[in-house]
Design a protein around this ligand. Structure first.
Ligand code: HEM
Length: 401
């Protein structure tokens, strides 16, 4: 191979031979590894899985904003799943992406969501009041999971016994985006059940009158959207919208216990709720790694990545990049980092972020209304290939407001 003068100016990515970005230890505590990779180089080549990791804020945003070079056709870290995802908005590139996303996000626009706010706030307020009255509770089981499943079930228009299944389906959907490790392999049959339920079992008549689920199934019956479109939309609400939002709400509970002075600030000034949620997302990314196919030879910050490579875009590392955020290791709810990349960036930027914000803002308001303070016990992550939820959060020393 000949070398042009331009090639000689390019840097080669440092190579890490042993690191598995999806092993138990990294999933249990990702930030030290993210920090090390980010400070080592803008791009690191992991020979394990042959991954090209993009680590710094500006480069992460640039990669997510350039779908021609960084294609979503390899958004998952295993071939089988990339095959399954073909035809979804998440895994599509322009020009198909726009059409697929339009169908999906029609019910998630600010206008569509506006009508849900009062009910969501009331639901969060009732739940938190009841939990505070108990004196102690599990911030994951009783709060985050309970609230998010209840919101999603109401949206779809279903009740009762699908709750536990929906939680398992939501977890499986994210495990499947990782490499084909034991977690991903075990998740295939569970995710298959979700597909079967949304695409073959759910019928218009099963869904509550007035629910969004019923509206999309009726739209499919009328021929306003493709016949399989209704099942696909419901599928996405569960697959993309549950484990991420559950993780984010759990993170809020833990962060406000670790930084009680920040919780007091929130209690004193509720206009900080949106800023606080942005900071929670910046500080702890619920979905910290996005997959992409590198379609052609390219350079990131002067470092070469060969065409055909699998990229891992580390939004979780970018959100704490000191080149972009001042004192990134400080949790400060007044900084309002609206440009964090926890919802991704560019054409694939989270289609459900309006809903996620509505849910989280309702919970933050309810916590600030009903609590003066609280403590949490030791927390461990529930290991998932792609999301970073806590397994459980023991909330005690509840001091009612
Ligand atoms: C705090 C909660 C959430 C977080 C952190 C989050 C994070 C993300 C991220 C990082 C992406 C971009 C993935 C990529 O570029 O490859 C994304 C895309 C997406 N999210 Fe979310 N998400 C959340 C909640 C939701 C909810 C509630 C829904 C739906 C009800 C949803 C639906 C989607 C969909 C459909 C996409 C794909 C959009 C596209 O490809 O055009 N998400 N999300």
């Amino acid at each position: 191979m000949t070398t042009t003068p331009a090639d000689t100016r390019r840097a080669e990515a440092p190579v890490e031979p042993g690191l598995d970005l999806f092993c138990d230890d990294v999933l249990a505590d990702s930030m030290p590894v993210f920090t090390r990779l980010r400070e080592a180089s803008p791009v690191v080549h992991l020979t394990r899985g042959d991954l090209w990791v993009i680590t710094r804020y500006e480069d992460v945003r640039a990669a997510l904003g350039d779908p021609e070079t960084f294609s979503s056709t390899q958004v998952a870290f295993n071939e089988q799943m990339n095959e399954v995802l073909r035809g979804t908005s998440l895994a599509a590139d322009p020009p198909n992406h726009q059409r697929l996303r339009a169908v999906l996000s029609e019910n998630l626009t600010p206008r569509a969501l506006r009508g849900m706010r009062a009910e969501m706030d009331a639901k969060a307020d009732d739940l938190v009041r009841e939990l505070v009255a108990r004196g102690s509770f599990d911030g994951m089981e009783d709060l985050a999971k309970h609230f998010v499943t209840s919101v999603v079930m109401d949206m779809i228009g279903v009740q009762g016994d699908v709750r536990e299944k929906m939680l398992a389906w939501g977890e499986a959907a994210f495990n499947l985006l990782g490499p084909m490790n034991q977690r991903a392999a075990a998740s295939f049959p569970i995710a298959g059940e979700l597909f079967e339920w949304t695409h073959h079992q759910l019928k218009t008549g099963d869904l509550a009158e007035g629910s969004m689920g019923r509206a999309v199934f009726e739209a499919a019956e009328r021929g306003d959207i493709a016949p399989e479109g209704a099942g696909m939309i419901v599928h996405q609400y569960i697959a993309a919208g549950m484990d991420t939002t559950i993780a984010a709400i759990g993170n809020a509970v833990v962060l406000f216990a670790r930084y009680p002075e920040q919780f007091q600030r929130l209690r004193e000034d509720r206009s900080l709720v949106p800023s606080a949620f942005n900071e929670i997302l910046r500080f702890m990314s619920p979905f910290p790694v996005a997959g992409r196919l590198v379609t052609r030879d390219t350079e990131v910050a002067g470092v070469r990545i060969p065409g055909g490579s699998q990229a891992a875009v580390l939004v979780g590392a970018a959100n704490r990049d000191p080149r972009h955020y001042e004192e990134p290791e400080t949790f400060d709810i007044t900084r309002n980092p609206a440009d964090h990349v926890s919802f991704g960036y560019g054409i694939h930027g989270c289609a459900g972020q309006g809903l996620a914000r509505l849910e989280a803002h309702a919970i933050l308001n309810a916590l600030a209304t009903h609590l003066k303070g609280y403590t949490v016990g030791d927390v461990q992550h529930r290991l998932n290939n792609m999301t970073r939820p806590f397994a459980s959060i023991e909330v005690t020393s509840v001091d009612p407001a």
